[in-house]
Structures are given as C-alpha cells and as structure tokens.
Design a protein around this ligand. Structure first.
Ligand SMILES: NC(=O)c1ccc[n+]([C@@H]2O[C@H](COP(=O)([O-])OP(=O)(O)OC[C@H]3O[C@@H](n4cnc5c(N)ncnc54)[C@H](O)[C@@H]3O)[C@@H](O)[C@H]2O)c1
Length: 439
C-alpha cells in the first residue's frame, strides 16, 4: 500500500530538451531511434523506461505495471534535441558518417536529423588528441566559453520552447586526469575558469554551464568531469541531479553479469583477459594512450568491486585482470569483444570460459541514453539532487558519494533502481524475504 510520505513529483508537462555535447555515432543512433519509435516504425528494444515492468506488492497481487505507466516520464513525443560538435555536420550527415544505421533507414529521418545542426563546441586538443574540427568557440578564457555555453542553453530553451532540459555527454573520451587543486571548491574552479587553468577539461566547462543553468547532467564517457568536489557541490547547492560515468554497454555489461554469478557460487578466479577491436571514431580517439587510460580505469574497477578480494583472498586475492582496445577500421561500430576467463573450482581444478561478443556499440548505447535522459528529468521533478546512485545500472564506473564504494553488481543495481521508483511512488520496497507466503 502506498505510504503517507509520498515524494512530490512535478508533472512532465511541456517539452523536454535534450542537449548533447558530441553529435557522433551514439547520439545520432539515439535520435534516429527515438524518431523511429515515435513514428511507430520500431520497438524501443533495450530501453527499461519504455519496455520494462516492475512488480508492486506481493507476488500474489498481480500488479506489474510498465515503468512508464508507473512513474510520470516525459513522452517520447515531447523530446526535442540540440547539441554541440567540433564538426559542422548535421545529425543527418553525422549519422551517415558513423554508418551505424543503414543508409536507407537514415534517409527516412533525413528531415528531422538535418534540422539538428551542432552549435560551436568548447574543445581543447590537449584533452582529445586524435581529432580536430573547425566548429569550435574562440574566446580568451574558459569562463567566457562557459558563458557562451550558457547562452547556447538559454537560446535553445527559448527556440525549442522546452519547459525542462537535460544534458548528456556523448562526446569523445577525454584524456585521464585526476582531480587537481582547481577542482576542490567552486571558488577555486571559477577562479581557474578565469585564469584558463589547464586542469579544467572541456567536459567540465559544459557540466559547469549546465549546472549553472539548472540543467541535470549525465556523463556517458569515462572522463573525470563532475567527479570533483567543486562540481558535486554546485549540483547539490543548486538542487540538480547528476550521474555518470561511462555507459555500460558491451564487455563491462557482460562482466557485471558474469562476475556476480561466479562469486555467488564461490568459484575462484585466476585471470580475466578482455580485448576488443573497434573501428569507429570512438575507437580512433581511444588509440591515444591518455584517452585509453580513462577508459581502462573505468573498465578495470568493476571486477575488483564485485569480487571483493579483501573478503575472499583465497578466491580472488591474486587474479590478473587486463583490458585492451585496438582500433581496427574495417569493423566500424561493430565491435568484437573477447574475454578469456580462467576460473577454478573444487580442489582448485582450473576451468575456462570464453566470451566472443559480436556487438554493435551504438546500438547498445542508444537505449541507455534514452533511459538516462528520462530518469534524470524524473529525478529533477522529484527534487532529487547531486549524485543519482540509483542510475548506477547504466554505468561502467558509477559515481558515488565520497567514501562510498560503487555497487557494480548489475542485479543489485537493478533492484536499487526499481526500489527507488517504488519509493518515489510510496510503494513498499521489495526485499524478497517472502516469509509471509508460508505463514
Ligand atoms: N557506444 C558505446 O557503447 C559507448 C559505451 C561507453 C561510452 N561511450 C562513450 O560515448 C562517447 C561517444 O561515443 P561515440 O561512439 O558516439 O563517439 P563518436 O566519436 O562517434 O562521437 C563523439 C563526437 O564527439 C565530438 N566531440 C569531441 N570532443 C567534443 C567537445 N569537446 N565538444 C563537442 N563535441 C565533441 C566528436 O567530434 C565526435 O563527433 C565516447 O566518449 C565513448 O567512449 C560509448
């Protein structure tokens, strides 16, 4: 039964503007897919917000509404899109260039995709080294660039007639950086923007502009971005939800499915070797060791946290874990990810598991973008602020409050997500205790 203290959820009235730095493979696949679903030409496969149900009450109650009928999400018909890129290509040209979708399919959405023309980007070649483009803002300081982004946001809000906005980073992976002195407080950060501090990345300028404009921010790449005290404080002070980072799509998705299973059965692990070939622009950017380092850090964390070697030293105390990504142009977006997993069982006898996932990167990522946009907007309308840990389900490297370790087990992540939705609507949380059925 719904409890008394229900969360107040503002209605999803009007249009929801989706602002995206990076009009590349993921973004164009996402937008074209939303168009296809809106026109009744496709099923939104891979999207929890559109397809999944959740159980309410007891197993005998037979209450399993769709998530979208249970919480007030923005309708796909109300989404409007805008974004930035260093290239001048419209979303139509970028979709053709990314070649994720068939040309014939892209042509069907030519009009709406062509209407999305990227605004000039905030770009710094020191942060993304393998690409360069002409569509870049020029200004003397990073603060001026942030102000230009805020102007873009305000103009988009007006022109699109959006009542609410969400920003989601789908641009290239920036090189690995740790938080520096300039990231410690908002004052330091703003001072750094004015002084062009080299430790401030373009993604942080976008995030700052979004938060200052009251816009929730999600990070789909492994860059540091909002994982800094200054931007976390800004999100909390302004009551804005944020989440990240790095979409959990292919290999890490498989890893977080399998590793909890091995641990549940108390099977040991000697080594997990993961390698990928990838031929899209993302793959090209990840050839740069700095960008790869961001990705590697994000991909390596999952196993350590799921297997908890400190608690199970005899099973997981010494496993070898490596992740490789190689740029291999012939494959384009159709990535192939191999995993070789050396496990051991009863009396230490070794066994092996091999995974060969012939996946499509952007096809896996697009529904995650949709869900994150809709859930972040929901969180905003619920008055939730700061890190949205319940959205960890979608990320390789989930953000958490300082001092908390991230939850990587995808089954726990899903339970947390669904329980958060139940909590929003004042429904009982599901614990799976179930003793009452046997009373
Ligand atoms: N597809 C997946 O499965 C997946 C999974 C996890 C994370 N990601 C991340 O999502 C991001 C997008 O992936 P993609 O395949 O679409 O890449 P992509 O290279 O096709 O698109 C990224 C776009 O960002 C643009 N860009 C770079 N820096 C920018 C800036 N400062 N401002 C605005 N635009 C900028 C590039 O010009 C490019 O068009 C990457 O960071 C990738 O690592 C993707």
């Amino acid at each position: 039964m719904p409890s008394e203290d229900k969360v107040q959820i503002a209605p999803a009235n009007g249009k929801l503007g989706v602002l995206i730095p990076g009009i590349g493979a993921v973004t164009t696949t996402f937008i074209a897919g939303v168009e296809a679903v809106r026109r009744g030409m496709a099923v939104p496969v891979g999207s929890l917000t559109q397809l999944a149900t959740l159980r309410l009450g007891k197993r005998t109650d037979n209450r399993t509404p769709k998530i979208k009928d249970f919480v007030p999400l923005a309708s796909l018909d109300d989404l409007v899109f805008g974004g930035w890129d260093i290239y001048e290509d419209s979303a139509y040209e970028a979709a053709l260039n990314a070649a994720v979708l068939d040309r014939a399919q892209i042509e069907q959405f030519k009009d709406s995709l062509s209407a999305i023309r990227p605004m000039k980007a905030v770009f710094d070649h020191d942060y993304v080294r393998r690409i360069d483009g002409p569509n870049v803002k020029q200004a003397a300081t990073k603060m001026e660039k942030a102000e230009m982004l805020m102007e873009d946001i305000a103009n988009f809000r007006k022109q699109s007639n959006a009542s609410r906005l969400v920003m989601i980073w789908c641009a290239s992976t920036e090189v690995f950086h740790r938080p520096a002195a300039v990231h410690q407080t908002l004052k330091d950060f703003e001072c750094g923007l004015m002084k062009n501090d080299p430790e401030i990345a373009p993604s942080q300028i976008y995030a700052y502009a979004a938060l200052k404009s009251g816009v929730p921010f999600a990070n789909g790449a492994p860059n540091l971005t909002t994982d800094t005290p200054a931007l976390l404080d800004l999100a909390r002070d302004r009551n804005i939800p944020i989440c990240g980072k790095d979409f959990k799509t292919g290999q890490t998705f498989m890893k977080t499915l399998l590793a909890p299973g091995l641990k549940m059965r108390m099977l040991g692990l000697n080594g997990w070797f993961s390698t990928n070939i990838l031929g899209n622009r993302d793959g090209e950017v990840l050839e740069d060791p700095g960008s790869f380092k961001s990705k590697e850090e994000s991909k390596l964390g999952a196993l350590e946290h799921i297997l908890q070697p400190q608690l199970y030293p005899e099973l997981y105390g010494h496993f070898y874990h490596a992740v490789r990504i190689n740029y291999y142009p012939p494959r384009g977006d159709a990535k192939e990810g191999w995993d070789n997993i050396d496990i051991f069982g009863w009396l230490g006898y070794p066994m092996q598991i091999k995974i060969d996932f012939l996946c499509r990167d952007s096809i896996l990522a697009a529904p995650l973008v949709l869900d994150l946009v809709l859930f972040l907007d929901l969180a905003q309308r619920c008055g939730m602020r700061g890190i949205q840990e319940w959205l960890s389900f979608y990320f390789k490297s989930p953000m958490t409050a300082p001092g908390l370790y991230p939850e990587h087990d995808i089954f726990i992540q899903l339970m947390k997500l669904k329980n958060t939705l139940r909590w929003m609507r004042g429904e009982d949380l599901i614990t799976h205790l179930g003793l009452e059925y046997y009373d």
